[in-house]
Structure formats: structure tokens, C-alpha cells
Design a binder for this molecule. Structure first.
Ligand code: FAD
Length: 346
């Protein structure tokens, strides 16, 4: 087993860097974190996590491992930091068409999804609904501020060029970094509104083509849009219109827009997170590519990284950075010179 690192320098304090720093520091590693204050997806994210994904409501990749850790790690951090940021809530999912419902009915059902009678709510749920358990949301700005204060109090905030490992947790900014741009990024611009909807109960998350997440005092976070071709993390009139129209499609209740934010989700190849050393520079690591599931995956992947450093357990194959980058190189090489074929990958 290679010698475990002793000192870690983490670039970026979004959910990726913040949770890794806390996990490593709590396990006795010497940690330094720094953040240049560039636009951060974690600062605009709704913070939702749920075991299921997509129109078919199938289980997310490795949700069986990731979800229990969410339910352990976030409440434990709340207790340790003395702040409140974790809310567990069921999700009411409304089908948007008969075809969508049939598609769900024709697939094996995740145990956390159950059919319910049409609720007596001011919502257009003409095609029926299901309830999804096991999810909730994390108020990421509150968590990140509390973790930053902890890093500063422990003298763990700042740069450390001499550390054993330099770990890139810079979100979508990594996609233009000379070392990491090879990881085949397809980042996704996203927008959210904060809206006030008097008359809509706040005891669940609502999911339709978009989501409505209760914030208290009649307010909800309404999200989110996806645009694959936009690199400027600014809100747009189109995003605002798309979200407003989607809300009008499910309720006649009047609403007021209070706030409008946007950010860029870091999305690497196959929409799976990426972690580990660079194949050519083993001191340079990355932890990134959380896409739209940073809250779900961050605790579990930090645990995997810790196990790797402490016991030599390999990281899950799908997320391994060297393998992913070498594959991209191979793909490019095959596209350029189809006759040469592939090289053997680790
Ligand atoms: C509109 C929207 C809604 C979303 N909703 C959800 C949701 O409900 N649930 C969910 O799980 N995910 C959601 N996401 C996705 C989530 O935001 C991301 O998966 C996650 O925040 C990525 O975290 P990160 O730490 O990798 O990157 P970021 O949060 O972007 O953090 C990167 C940090 O790196 C810093 N940085 C950049 N360059 C450098 C450098 N050179 N040196 C030092 N620091 C640097 C930046 O200042 C920034 O603070 C949403 C995203 C968007 C845009």
C-alpha cells in the first residue's frame, strides 16, 4: 500500500471541498483549504437530495450506499457545528402526462416510491402522483459558512503549496484547468427562483417538470433549468420565464418572485463524479463532477476517499480519475487515428 498522505491542500470550498476538508481533518490529516471566491454552484443550489432520478423514478447510481450516509453525516455535522441546515421531507411527485405515468408503471419500482390517492391540494395532478421517501434538503450556504468558520478557527484556512496532495475541488472551473480539462466536461447552467405562494402547504417537496422546495413563510425555491451551452453563471430572462411557466402549469395560485439566481453544475463524463490523482502527476488530485447530486454523493465519496487513504481500498471504479482521463485520451486517439486501436487501461 502506498504511504498515506499527511498534509492536504484543498482548492475550493463548495460542497466538494468543504466536506472533504471536514472529513479529513476529523480523521487527523493536516488540512488547508483556500477559496478564491469565484462563482460557486453550492451557493445557489437548492440542496435537494433524493434516492430516485429521472422520469422513471429509478434509483440513482449507488443511492443504496450514498443515502444512508446523508442521513448520518449531515445531522452529525449539525450537532457538531451547532447550526441547523438539514431537513428531511417527503416529495410529492406529479406525473405530467399519461405516457410518463405508464412509463413509471412499466418499470420495477424503487421501495421508497409509493402510489398515493390524489391529494386535496390546489395543484393540477391530473395524471396522478406518487410519494417519495428518504429525501430532503440541505441549506448549503449555512453549512458552508459554518464549516469555513471551523476551518479558520482551527488554522486550516489558507494555501499550502508544500502539502503531500493538492486537491482540486473548484467545481466547473476545473473544466478549463490545464490538468483537468481532459476529463470531458459537459457543465450545465442552472437557474432557480425564490417565490412566495400563499395557500400552498409547506409540508413536502413538490416535484413535477421542476421542483418546489418549501423554505417557510409561504416561500419556496422553484427550480431548476438546464442549459448545456452557457458558460456565464448569470440568471437569464429565459430561465425566469421557463420556471414561471412551469409553475403556472401546475397551479392557479398567484405567486410573487422574490429572488432569481443561477450557477454552473460541474458535469464530467457519464455524469458521474470524478476523484483521485492525475495519471501523470500523482500529487495532483481532483474531487469534482457532482452534477446535480452534490448533496447526495458528497458524504459517501468523502468516506470512500478516506478509506482509500487510510486502508488502501480502491475508490469505486466509476469515479477513478486516472481511469477516466486515460479513457478520454484513448477515445480522442481512436477518433483521430481509428486504425491504431486502444491501449490497455488500468
Ligand atoms: C441552479 C442549481 C440548482 C442545483 N440544485 C441542486 C440540488 O438541489 N441538489 C444538489 O445536490 N445539487 C444541486 N445543484 C448542483 C450543485 O450545486 C453542485 O453539484 C455542487 O454545488 C458542486 O459543488 P463543488 O464544490 O464541486 O463546486 P462549487 O460549489 O462550484 O465550488 C467551487 C469553489 O471553488 C472555488 N474556486 C474556483 N477556482 C478556484 C481556485 N483556482 N482556487 C481556489 N478556489 C477556487 C470557487 O470560488 C467555489 O467556491 C444545483 C446547481 C445549480 C446551478
Amino acid at each position: 500500500m502506498p504511504r498515506p498522505p499527511e498534509t492536504l491542500s484543498i482548492r475550493g470550498h463548495g460542497i466538494a471541498g468543504a466536506l472533504l476538508a471536514e472529513t479529513a481533518s476529523a480523521a487527523g490529516f493536516r488540512v488547508k483549504v483556500h477559496d478564491t471566491g469565484l462563482p460557486s454552484a453550492s451557493r445557489v443550489a437548492a440542496g435537494l437530495f433524493t434516492p430516485v432520478t429521472g422520469q422513471r423514478l429509478s434509483l440513482s447510481w449507488n443511492a443504496e450506499a450514498a443515502l444512508p450516509l446523508c442521513h448520518d453525516v449531515y445531522p452529525a455535522l449539525e450537532r457538531m457545528l451547532g447550526v441547523s441546515f438539514y431537513t428531511r421531507l417527503p416529495t410529492l411527485r406529479m406525473f405530467s402526462s399519461a405516457a410518463q405515468r405508464r412509463e413509471w408503471e412499466g418499470k420495477p419500482r424503487a421501495a421508497c416510491v409509493r402510489e398515493i390517492a390524489r391529494p386535496n391540494l390546489p395543484l393540477n395532478a391530473a395524471f396522478g402522483c406518487v410519494e417519495i421517501d428518504g429525501g430532503g434538503w440541505v441549506n448549503l450556504p449555512v453549512l458552508l459558512d459554518a464549516l469555513k468558520a471551523r476551518r479558520m478557527a482551527r488554522d486550516e484556512w489558507g494555501e499550502c503549496p508544500e502539502a503531500d496532495l493538492q486537491i482540486d475541488c473548484t467545481g466547473h472551473h476545473a473544466s478549463t484547468h490545464p490538468l483537468w480539462k481532459e476529463a470531458d466536461w459537459r457543465n450545465a447552467h442552472g437557474e432557480v427562483l425564490t417565490v412566495e405562494i400563499p395557500g400552498l402547504p409547506q409540508n413536502r417537496i413538490y416535484s413535477f417538470e421542476k421542483f418546489l422546495m418549501p423554505l417557510g413563510e409561504e416561500r419556496f425555491r422553484l427550480g431548476a433549468t438546464y442549459a448545456w451551452d452557457r458558460t456565464d453563471p448569470a440568471p437569464t430572462p429565459q430561465g425566469r420565464a421557463e420556471l414561471g411557466n412551469a409553475l403556472r402549469g401546475i397551479t392557479d395560485l398567484p405567486f410573487i418572485v422574490i429572488d432569481h439566481q443561477a450557477g454552473i453544475r460541474p458535469v464530467a463524463h457519464a455524469r458521474v463524479p470524478i476523484a483521485g490523482p492525475h495519471p501523470d502527476q500523482p500529487r495532483e488530485w481532483i474531487l469534482n463532477g457532482y452534477g446535480s447530486k452534490g448533496v447526495l454523493y458528497a458524504p459517501w465519496i468523502c468516506q470512500c476517499i478516506l478509506n482509500h487513504w487510510q486502508t488502501g481500498t480502491p475508490l469505486p471504479k466509476e469515479i477513478q480519475a486516472p481511469r477516466r482521463i486515460l479513457r478520454q485520451r484513448d477515445r480522442k486517439r481512436t477518433q483521430l487515428h481509428p486504425a491504431r486501436g486502444k491501449t490497455a487501461l488500468p
